[in-house]
Design a protein. Structure first.
Length: 118
């Protein structure tokens, strides 16, 4: 199993980034997918999840209206589009595969750094 995040970087407050997560080694379309983040000296927190078919999504309250999770099952890829970024969004962002929607997370990526700073 491989889960590889990309698209992180340095962005100014108010800016945008789109993260990608490429998965392999399992039947991608059978799994819900999630994004998490971990800021320095803080616990990892859930950000967003999308069901296996893409019809259901849920978000952390603080990112609702700013972040959008989506997936392309033909490309085995899940995305996180982030707009109106704030310094408090600075963290390592992780992609994960969930056995079921709102269920157990079983596979993790290595993370990509997002830094929001002027």
């Amino acid at each position: 199993v491989q889960i590889v995040e990309s698209g992180g970087g340095l962005v100014q407050p108010g800016g945008s980034l789109k993260l990608s997560c490429a998965a392999s080694g399992f039947v991608f379309s059978n799994y819900a997918m999630s994004w998490y983040r971990q800021a320095p000296e803080k616990e990892r927190e859930f950000i967003a999840e999308i069901s296996s078919g893409g019809g259901n999504t849920c978000y952390l309250d603080s990112v609702k209206g700013r972040f959008t999770i989506s997936r392309d099952n033909t490309k085995n890829t899940v995305y996180l589009e982030m707009n109106s970024l704030k310094p408090e969004d600075t963290a390592v962002y992780f992609c994960a595969a969930d056995r079921t929607y709102r269920g157990q997370t079983i596979y993790w990526g290595q993370g990509t750094q997002v830094t929001v700073s002027s």
